[in-house]
Design a protein around this ligand. Structure first.
Ligand code: NDP
Length: 439
């Protein structure tokens, strides 16, 4: 029942999960008897707060802050913070809901949460970003803690923002504890956390392809986005012998047939924070397609010939028409680095085509899994080397693939990892909820 019409993305995410767990609910009556569906779609707690901060002109600015603590059956709430002007209660709720099942799928002890603000970091000075983060944490600190709720980054929240948020948490509470993940390496961060989501999406794609005796080696790949997930997806694609030929930001798309220049991309986005259009200054042979020239029914980034695609920007960035174009152009593998990047109709097309399709909650779980490894290192006051964390990440991604694939097989739909990952994630959380009673 849709009681909040403003929560479009949440309904999209919930319908997808509820539709695919139908065979489980029909075969095992315990879940309906315990009223799990009604309980699981209701967040345990939603916090909405005012964030007031001073801009560089001395004017008071006001934003909305959110934290949703969706489900703690498996462990402390865990999930990122997103700072983007599109953030609203429905977006945070969909992200929190997805996070519950994603975290369960990792096999680690973490519950699901998410948060953020409609604050737009674009064009803001470093000092403004810091004051905003401090103001945001001035309310958030009373709701989080190393064993209760551990936020991380997401769109618009990277290492710099996590640093400012952490500094304010420490000032307010006096506690030096692993209350955030994605921290700096010299003060509690974990190696591989920066790379984890992108690397994980590529590991997941390799697992899918290996299971049909194929691999990414030699494949041409389309990647969307130009942020944290996209950059480290591209880096890992090169390492496994593939050729990424696109990237995109909110202004336009780059197509470079020779392969994206990763060092340049990092410089443009991680160092200088400028538009992708600048890419052409170094590579005149590349193509830049501004948003104004995108096809009416979709996105330029999905309209090139390739064998694999890695959506790594944002929700609903891959439409039904985009999915048709991908399939017509030879794509046999889609691994979602972003959360819910494919629309419901696009997703249906991938499932029907029986390609290697890894939905976000399985394919992008490497980020949160490595965050949990950061928590483990903090709790034991140790820090692991790069190879050790990367090994754990690879084995977690392999575990997620196997759990999803085995569950899909169990329910007689062996290529459908949407069904497999939704049922596997749901079952783990639901079983814990039943064992913990009506709480
Ligand atoms: P970043 O902020 O680092 O990068 C986001 C990228 O996507 C930017 O290139 C941005 O363009 C583009 N983008 C964002 N919003 C839009 C939009 N509405 N329209 C077009 N382009 C857009 O974020 P991340 O890379 O961290 O996150 C990307 C996706 O991955 C999100 O869906 C996030 O939830 C998901 N994710 C991230 C994880 C992580 O560990 N970081 C973990 C799991 C999932 P521009 O530069 O112009 O703003």
């Amino acid at each position: 029942q849709k009681s909040s019409p403003a929560q479009t993305e949440f309904y999209q995410a919930a319908e997808e999960v509820l539709e695919s767990i139908r065979p489980l609910l029909e075969s095992d009556k315990r879940y309906l008897d315990a009223n799990i569906v009604e309980r699981i779609i209701e967040p345990e707690r939603q916090i909405l707060f005012r964030v007031t901060w001073l801009d560089d002109q001395g004017k008071v600015q006001v934003n909305k802050g959110y934290r949703i603590q969706f489900n703690s059956a498996l462990g402390p709430y865990k999930g990122g913070l997103r700072f983007h002007p599109s953030v609203n209660a429905g977006i945070i709720k969909f992200l929190g809901f997805e996070q519950v099942f994603k975290n369960a799928l990792t096999g680690l002890s973490i519950g699901g949460g998410k948060g953020g603000s409609d604050f737009n970091p674009k064009g803001r000075s470093n000092a403004e970003i810091m004051r905003f983060c401090q103001a945001f944490m001035s309310e958030l600190y009373r709701h989080i803690g190393a064993t209760t709720d551990v936020p991380a980054g997401d769109i618009g929240v990277g290492g710099r923002e996590v640093g400012y948020l952490y500094g304010q948490y420490k000032r307010l509470t006096g506690n030096y504890e692993g209350v955030l993940t994605g921290k700096g390496l010299s003060w509690g961060g974990s190696l591989v956390r920066t790379e984890a989501t992108g690397y994980g999406a590529v590991y997941f794609a390799e697992n899918m392809l290996n299971s049909v005796s194929d691999s990414l080696d030699g494949k041409t790949c389309l990647v969307s986005g130009a942020g944290n997930v996209a950059i480290y997806t591209i880096e890992k694609l090169y390492q496994v012998g593939a050729k990424p030929v696109t990237c995109s930001d909110s202004q336009g798309t780059i197509y470079h047939a020779e392969g994206i220049d990763l060092a340049l991309l990092k410089d443009l986005k991680e160092v200088r924070g400028v538009s992708l259009e600048e890419y052409l200054k170094t590579h005149a042979s590349a193509q830049y397609i501004p948003v104004a020239d995108y096809p009416k029914d979709g996105h330029a980034v999905w309209r090139f010939e390739a064998q694999a695609a890695f959506p790594s920007a944002t929700q609903n960035e891959l439409t039904e028409a985009d999915a048709k174009a991908l399939l017509a152009n030879g794509v046999i593998c889609v691994s979602e680095g972003a959360n819910m990047p494919s629309t419901a109709k696009a997703m249906d097309l991938f499932i029907e085509a029986k390609i290697a399709y890894g939905p976000g909650k399985a394919a992008n779980a490497g980020g949160v899994a490595t965050s949990q490894l950061e928590m483990a290192q903090n709790a034991s006051m140790t820090s692991w080397d790069f190879e050790k964390v990367d090994r754990h990440l690879q084995s977690i991604m392999c575990g997620i693939f196997e759990r999803s694939a085995e569950t899909a097989k169990e329910f007689n739909d062996p290529t459908n990892l949407v069904l497999g990952s939704n049922i596997a994630g749901f079952r783990k959380v639901a079983d814990a909820m039943i064992e913990q009673g009506a709480v």
